[in-house]
Write a new protein. Structure first.
Length: 152
């Protein structure tokens, strides 16, 4: 709204505040880049877009990795998960999703714990997300869900 009202400086302040809660959301980072462009801060816009593109690429790689879970190419899915885990900017919730799809439950729980510690925004949805169904009976998942609160 602030962007549409041409209040770009105010929008940057608000977006930066939002990014303290969730610093890997491609849509938010793209909005920040658009504001920076309107303010003539091209290098800041570029950095925001690079972060957005990294996040988008991770989501695409995660979708591919998960798709391999039930195929003879499961090893390719594991290789993609390892590549995601090696990224300098990691999305713990996303990596946990892929690990669950690949049957790597302990690995998924480790990623969820990291997401909790780093306060990833998506973590409030863990209890409601059907993708984490295979973890629901695990006491570690139940403990994590209790600590998170949120939906579920």
């Amino acid at each position: 709204m602030l962007y549409m009202a041409r209040r770009f400086k105010d929008a940057v302040v608000q977006i930066r505040q939002t990014l303290t809660m969730e610093d890997r959301a491609p849509t938010i980072l793209t909005s920040l880049a658009l504001c920076y462009l309107q303010l003539g801060q091209v290098s800041d816009a570029y950095r925001a877009l690079q972060r957005a593109f990294t996040a988008i690429g991770q989501h695409r790689a995660a979708a591919r990795a998960g798709a391999y879970a039930e195929t003879p190419e499961r090893d390719l899915g594991l290789a993609l998960l390892e590549a995601l885990e090696a990224e300098p900017i990691r999305v713990a919730w996303l990596n946990a999703q892929v690990a669950v799809q690949l049957g790597e439950r302990d690995r998924a729980l480790q990623w969820l714990e990291l997401g909790y510690r780093e306060r990833e925004g998506e973590m409030v949805l863990v209890g409601a997300d059907p993708g984490f169904g295979p973890l629901r009976a695990d006491p570690r998942f139940q403990d994590l869900q209790r600590r998170i609160g949120g939906l579920g």
